[in-house]
Write a protein that binds this ligand. Structure first.
Ligand code: NVA
Length: 206
C-alpha cells in the first residue's frame, strides 16, 4: 500500500510490482476512503441507489475525485458545490459524465436542497501550498447548521477526517446528531481488511 503525493509514483510502483499495490491516497484520488464512505452510507441509510450526495467545498479534492470515479458504478446523484476557481478535475468530470455518472457542478448552495448525504474535506490538502487563498475563497462553502438545514431532514454529514474545525465545517455540524464521521473512520478499518482479502484472493468475514 502506498500513500503518496504524485499519482505517477503509484503507477510506477504498480508497474514494477509482482504483488497488488493498493492506493492509500495520492493528491489525485483516495479510493480506500470512498469504499469506507459507501459502507457508512449503507449502514446509515441503506442502499446508495437513488441517493443524492452533495459535496460542498474544494472541487479538486482527492476524495471527491474518487466519488466521481464511483459515480459510474453506483446509481446515485452527485452534486458538487464549489467556487469556480476550485473546480473538479475536468478530465475526470468529462469521463464520469460520458460513462453515465450523474454528476453536476454548481457554485450555488441551493443545490444542497434534498441532499441525503452532505460531505466535505479540508480546504488545504497535504499537497496544497496556497492555504491563504483557498481559505478565503472557500469560506462561503463552509458546512454549517444553515447548510445542513437546507438538506433533507434525515441527511447525514460525512468527512474523511482530520477536519479543520471552523474552516470547512463548524463544530456544531461535526459534533452534531447528523454527523457520522467516527463511524466513517471506523469503517476504514473494515473496508481495508476486505481490500486485503480481495488482493489475496481469500474470502473475507461475512
Ligand atoms: N484531502 C485530504 C485527505 C486526507 C485524508 C488530503 O489529501 O490531505
Amino acid at each position: 500500500m502506498l500513500r503518496t503525493f504524485a499519482a505517477h509514483k503509484l503507477r510506477e510502483l504498480a508497474e514494477g510490482a509482482s504483488v497488488p499495490v493498493i492506493n492509500g491516497l495520492t493528491d489525485h484520488s483516495h479510493p480506500c476512503q470512498v469504499m469506507a464512505d459507501v459502507m457508512t452510507v449503507e449502514e446509515r441509510l441503506g442502499s446508495l441507489s437513488g441517493k443524492t450526495v452533495v459535496w460542498c467545498g474544494d472541487g479538486g479534492d482527492n476524495v471527491l475525485t474518487s466519488w466521481m470515479h464511483i459515480a459510474v458504478a453506483f446509481d446515485f446523484n452527485l452534486r458538487v458545490i464549489c467556487p469556480p476557481e476550485f473546480p473538479p478535475e475536468p478530465e475526470v468530470l468529462r469521463n464520469t459524465q460520458k460513462n453515465g455518472g450523474r454528476v453536476t457542478v454548481t457554485a450555488d448552495l441551493d443545490a444542497v436542497k434534498d441532499a441525503n448525504i452532505v460531505m466535505t474535506d479540508c480546504w488545504v490538502s497535504m499537497h496544497n501550498s496556497d492555504a491563504g487563498v483557498r481559505q478565503q475563497r472557500l469560506l462561503p462553502y463552509q458546512v454549517d447548521a444553515a447548510v445542513m438545514r437546507r438538506a433533507s431532514p434525515k441527511a447525514i454529514f460525512m468527512h474523511c477526517l482530520p477536519a479543520h474545525r471552523g474552516e470547512e465545517v463548524t463544530d456544531e455540524v461535526l459534533d452534531g446528531p447528523q454527523s457520522v464521521v467516527f463511524d466513517e473512520a471506523e469503517n476504514r478499518l473494515h473496508v481495508q481488511k476486505a481490500i486485503i482479502c480481495w488482493c489475496l484472493g481469500i474470502e473475507g468475514p461475512k
